[in-house]
Design a protein around this ligand. Sequence first.
Ligand code: PLP
Length: 375
Amino acid sequence: MQKIAFNDLGAQYQHLKKEIDAGIADVISGCHFISGPQTEQLEKELCEYTGRRYCVSVANGTDALLMPLMALGIGKGDAVFVPSFTFVATSEVVSLVGATPIFCDVCRETFNLDPVSLREQIQRVIREGCLRPRMVIPVDLFGLPANYSEIEKICKEYHLTILEDAAQGFGGQIDGKKACSFGDVSATSFFPAKPLGCYGDGGAIFTDDEELYKLLVSIRVHGKGSFKYDNVRVGLNSRLDTLQAAILLPKLHAFDTENAARNRAAAMYTELLGDKFDTPTVPQGYLSSWAQYTIKADSPERRDHILAGMKEQGIPTMVYYPKPLHFQQVYADLGYKAGDLPVSEELAQCVFSLPMHGYLTEEIVRTVSSALLRL
Ligand SMILES: *Cc1c(COP(=O)(O)O)cnc(C)c1O
């Protein structure tokens, strides 16, 4: 039997080899390695794809989250609300600007920020009176957009800015509206394993706000003013390589086809496994881009048994994420304790993800499912 890949980037390359190789060769012969024409073309096409007015391509997804915080002057004394069940970059950027991450719980069904917990945490911060609530960073976890209609209502009430963490969300939709177009500003990542990945690090920021766009463009190149050697604010060096843009263009052109294939694979997993396992929920009107296909085991012991059994059968699985952020050592001084965010704590002990990518065959989905049903 052929070895099953968790995310088959090799199969994707074989499909797009001609276009990707030609794009790379063009960049090398053009010698425009930073901010070349392909970068500009990519930003234009990403705007068209997401429906946002402005796109700022950057060096990675973490910078894409960090830069809006810098641009909006979020810092010491500010509270930024984030889900606890996510990748650490979501809260790390809050700490990097000197603000305080306030961890919220997630919904058991969707894995995404729970609006009820968000409201509770905002009210707690206001009651305690030490921090100023400024922003919410909802995460489109595993490819499914967060519940923006509810989150937007709450943010309007408390005058909070929304930064969409669409690092895993590119290609998701709610009622036809695309991920990277929710909230005031959005960030995505082109890390190779994300739904739209390049061959290194990369990311992009999206907004409809012209003022914010101009600030982000300045921050991307050392806080430049009218030109590179006019420095008006503290910035970064956070440009997307032209090579990565050239690799992303053909991948963007193939994205909808791959996304449809991921959705077919996910539907098949759910059909084969749904009777026996707690398979993912996609609410009415939502479309996931299936950055991960994640199942909940009945107990931590059962998950251990499943992970070991799958490994024995030669099938790769992953655990995203084994520890909620409010329990991470880096946040020990925030004083969270067991039971504070029960759903995030439970999910970290029970979830596991199955192979998922745009080149999964029906046969592989069946092989993986049968292996799981045997356990
Ligand atoms: C991957 C990821 C990031 C960070 O992206 P990088 O490109 O790796 O810096 C941020 N948030 C979430 C939810 C992610 O999955």
